[in-house]
Design a protein around this ligand. Structure first.
Ligand code: ADP
Ligand code: ZN
Length: 214
């Protein structure tokens, strides 16, 4: 089973992808995480994309398609969850070609339904544990008073460089201009499934599981 999680920044794609990894043994392929890793490891590619990402703009198709192509060569596990990829029509075409080259295909494209006000609130409030990746939210799930991660106990919390209001405005605009056309693209292919994305994490997960088990 191979799925795409599609939705604007802050829709909760990463959170849901991590649940699917735990519950179904699927493999999460997040181009955002891959690019952030490249950025912090100081590779040539990382340095090249850093400013683009921090401003909230999209990295070139060539770079992200290359990243995904490498990962598809490895273990297929319980299938792939594409999180934050594809983000343009060219990336969507490339993904279709790559999957068919590996003798596989998409099972479903899950579109997460949210509204913009909720996105802004979520993103400007969010942080993660620098050690284990556990997510926090200033309003709904604050960092404990003793400053220790509830999952691993580390005290190193991070906020993303692009989780500020200016970059967020650019990211939303990029989403509507370049990524939202994928909704029509996958609808036409018959792969698109809408899931309500605004509820509790467990409720959103239940919506996704319903689609996957159908
Ligand atoms: P979010 O969905 O919350 O905006 P991501 O972690 O998926 O965050 O992506 C962060 C940034 O990484 C994007 O704003 C963009 O600069 C870059 N990026 C990630 N995936 C892609 C992609 N498929 N194509 C182009 N740029 C990407
Ligand atoms: Zn932690």
């Amino acid at each position: 089973m191979n799925i795409i999680l599609l939705g604007p920044p802050g829709a909760g794609k990463g959170t849901q992808a991590r649940k699917l990894v735990e519950e179904r043994g699927m493999i999460q392929l997040s181009t955002g995480d891959m690019l952030r890793e490249a950025k912090s490891s100081g590779t040539e590619m990382g340095n090249k994309v850093a400013a683009v990402m921090d401003a909230g703009e999209l990295v070139t198709d060539e770079i992200v398609i290359g990243l995904i192509e490498e990962k598809l060569e490895g273990d297929h596990g319980g299938g792939f969850i594409f999180d934050g990829f594809p983000r343009t029509l060219a990336q969507a075409d490339a993904l279709g070609d790559l999957l068919s080259k590996h003798g596989t295909a998409l099972t479903a494209v899950i579109a997460m339904e949210v509204n913009d006000d909720a996105l802004v609130e979520r993103i400007t409030a969010r942080s993660t544990c620098g050690n284990c990746g556990e997510g926090y939210n200033d309003i709904s799930k604050p960092i404990p008073a003793d400053q220790k991660c509830i999952k691993c106990g580390a005290s190193d919390f991070k906020r993303r460089a692009d989780d500020n209001e200016d970059s967020l405005r650019t990211r939303l605009m990029e989403y509507y201009k370049k990524t939202s056309p994928l909704l029509g693209y996958y609808h036409a292919k018959g792969d698109l499934k809408w899931v309500p994305g605004l509820g509790e994490i467990a409720d959103v997960a239940a919506g996704i599981n319903k689609v996957l088990d159908a």
